[in-house]
Write a protein that binds this ligand. Sequence first.
Ligand code: SF4
Length: 333
Amino acid sequence: MQASAPTDSGTWSHWHIHGEPIRLGISSCLLGEEVRYDGGHARDRFAADVLSEWMEFVSVCPEVEMGMDIPRPTIRLADEGDGVQLIAPSTGEDFTEQMQTYSARRVSELQELDLDGYILKRRSPSCGMERIKIYRKGAALSTNNPGLFAAELMQRWPSLPIEEEGRLNDPGLRVNFIERVFCRNRWRVLAKRGLTRRLLVDFHTAHKLLIRAHNEAAYQKLGQLVGSAGSMDDEQLYAAYEAEFQRALSFKASRKLHVNVLMHAMGYLKDKLGQVEKKEILSSIEDFRLGLLPLIVPLTLLNYNIKLYEIEYLMGQLYFAPHPKELMLRNHA
Ligand code: SF4
């Protein structure tokens, strides 16, 4: 990594260190492992075929790892008045304590592995992150709960980007998740290898437009943090920056904020472009705003001109290439 070179620092590959892989935890069945209650799997093509080219996985099947067989009776969350339990309705067996003990230990182990994100299997009373039913006397008592392992993971590790494979079918949620994962990896590796104030400034500068696309207020706050750094000691400053940076990215980048960022970038070009080029780019931004074109179109037009006219500040902005283009995330967002 050469974080101090501004002219080519605006690509994910410039910041990425090959010996520091992007690492995701994942529900084992999504990788095609035959660990489900019926001996089957739930292979997810995006994770198993696409993300696997760029990321390393830590495969976790809570039910099998805590000692359940394959195949096994189905289990579900139930509350008969004594709190939420994980039970097998066909046998009445109660797995609550076993799962809670296992989850507490396993999440601690995972935290030692420096994960950059986690993909959970939806609709599982163990792995599902939301919309899991709790039953009482055979009827759904409530419908929007996490599975037991997922609850432990999300509660103990709130800064970790976590998504379900089903939600990742939504192009906006998908791009947001992957963006957070790459950003987390960049920060994590920088912190691991030794942060300095100079590197913090470089990191923040390269992420400015990206952060603005997620949350303008957080962008202002991060700018103030970096600007008023003299009043804090190094560790305080890095911790405060990391917390606010992760929080900023947890906001889904909206079409409106993207348009603001694109128009801001356009401002750097306005004196360089002829009427035709200007009109073409503005029209692509407007079409993106209306949902007629994907983000990749105005980005490509802008990028071409940024390089043509060597707009140094914009060439250093990760907003234009925060993750591999082969993932094609902005072709649908
Ligand atoms: S959803 Fe979770 S517990 Fe169920 S098979 Fe998949 S990894 Fe195992």
